[in-house]
Design a protein around this ligand. Structure first.
Ligand code: SF4
Length: 80
């Protein structure tokens, strides 16, 4: 059972927000597991809680599709 104070501490520790200021979002992070549309679970052990698709925290890392898309985009930009 997760206590509210424990959840609050984790939210603080990882700087979790219910929105993102850029294109890095929970639903394109490698730790995100879909529960249903717009709602997921963060599998990072420092978060380990339900999160929303548009949320963000400082532990964000791209999922495979996002990393590949940005690599292609970067290669395209470099060629221009
Ligand atoms: S690590 Fe952070 S950005 Fe990634 S899914 Fe978990 S809470 Fe969201």
């Amino acid at each position: 059972m997760q206590s509210l104070s424990d959840l609050k501490q984790r939210v603080e520790n990882v700087d979790l927000w219910s929105y993102s200021t850029n294109d890095d979002r929970c639903d394109n992070c490698k730790f995100y597991r879909v529960i249903k549309e717009g709602i997921g679970f963060c599998a990072h052990r420092e978060v380990d809680m339900v999160v929303g698709a548009p949320w963000w925290c400082k532990l964000w890392e791209p999922d495979a599709a996002t990393a590949a898309a940005r690599a292609r985009q970067g290669a395209g930009d470099a060629g221009q």
